[in-house]
Design a protein around this ligand. Structure first.
Ligand code: ZN
Length: 375
């Protein structure tokens, strides 16, 4: 049955290609089905040439393997076990088909690209550590067949590479709370295909402390156009949600349209002393439930701050954290040592006493606030 099918196929080819040969020139061997390369084109695997079918069927094949189109010396067997010289190159076979009383025909197989060998792990790479701001995560390379390959790490946030984060360890950053942080581990070895393993993150990064208290606040203008408040509201959200700010003590601050536990006031300088005789036209102040931002400072910081080459944005963080800290019941703090970071509860608008400017509460200032002010 099988033979008959082949016969029909051959017959069809003869009809299709059967131009009469010249009497004094032998006919060329006809290719019915071209020879093919079979096998996985990968380092240390074996490729073989699968014979074609020809007319006449008695045809024989001579194989020559080619690398990037050039004959490989001595590579004339029907099979070829791929060597390191083949990795990264294109292999094919040139097959010369001969038959008695026929002129030979040369056929080329398809070309295959030879890859490196597979890298296989026996223990998957992993990440350990607590995903919480202030902590450090560690990537582990896993165990690999044939010994440890060259390992590279790339930390990713929500699937996107974090710039410069390519060490084995990663200290969680301000941008990480609320996002998924994990590592990609890339293994490479000579003559092997480089392999990148993604490690799933079990959850989003948390703040330094989970929420222990929710406090509401509203925002008003005093002596300045209310149109200016949009910027203040945005700025407050940034300061209050920042992983370095009071959020790190477990306090979540939520703005409400009016009222709330305290009121942030953007005040014209002349209005500030009206809240208390201890407040001046020059600085911001906190009186009772009012966290008063002096508009002149809000817009221009202070000479001290500018002299320290710190941004207006950082000044705003600092003044909001400082005055809100007062509302939490925190008192003023001094510079503990020259060159150290100023406590956020230091009066940095007035001078730094040798400390470096600092917009954020120090770890020592992050104890649970008293939420202390009561009328
Ligand atoms: Zn103060």
């Amino acid at each position: 049955m099988g033979r008959r099918v082949v016969g029909i196929v051959l017959g069809a080819v003869v009809v299709l290609t059967g131009s009469p040969a010249l009497a004094d020139e032998p006919a060329a061997v006809q290719v019915v089905e071209a020879p093919k390369v079979a096998g996985t084109p990968r380092y240390q695997q074996t490729l073989s040439v699968v014979a074609g079918t020809y007319d006449p069927a008695a045809a024989s094949e001579a194989v020559q393997w080619l690398r990037d189109g050039q004959p490989i010396a001595g590579a004339t067997a029907r099979t070829r076990t791929l060597t390191n010289a083949d990795v990264g190159h294109r292999l094919s076979a040139r097959v010369t088909v001969s038959a008695p009383d026929h002129s030979s025909t040369v056929v080329s197989t398809d070309v295959v690209s030879v890859r490196g060998a597979s890298l296989t792990y026996t223990r998957k790479p992993s990440v350990s550590g607590t995903r919480r701001y202030g902590r450090t995560l560690t990537a582990h390379p896993g165990l690999w067949k044939g010994g440890t390959p060259t390992i590279r790490y790339q930390w990713v946030r929500d699937g996107k590479p974090i710039r410069g984060a390519t060490r084995k360890t990663y200290a969680l950053r301000v941008a990480d709370p609320g996002h998924r942080v994990t590592a990609r581990v890339t293994a490479s070895r000579r003559y092997h295909e480089t392999r990148t393993v993604k490690i799933a993150s079990p959850g989003v990064t948390r703040h330094r402390r989970d929420i222990r208290k929710v406090v509401t606040y509203s925002v008003v203008a005093d002596g300045v156009p209310t149109s200016r408040l949009a910027v203040v509201r945005r700025s407050l959200v940034q300061t209050y949600q920042d992983a370095r700010g009071w959020r790190a003590s477990g306090v979540k601050l939520v703005r409400v349209a009016r009222g709330g536990s305290f009121t942030v006031v953007l005040a014209a300088p002349s209005r500030v002393p009206r809240y208390s005789s201890v407040c001046s036209t020059r600085f911001s102040c906190r009186v009772g439930r009012h966290v008063i931002l002096n508009d002149a400072r809000w817009r221009g910081a202070t000479r001290t701050w500018r002299a320290a080459h710190r941004s207006l944005r950082d000044y705003r963080h600092m003044v909001v954290n400082h005055e809100t800290g007062h509302w939490f019941g925190k008192n003023h703090a001094g510079c503990s040592a020259r060159g150290s970071l100023a406590p956020v509860m230091m009066q940095q608008s007035k001078g730094l006493a040798g400390c470096r400017p600092n917009p954020w509460p120090k770890l020592s200032e992050l104890g649970l606030p008293r939420f202390g002010w009561r009328p």
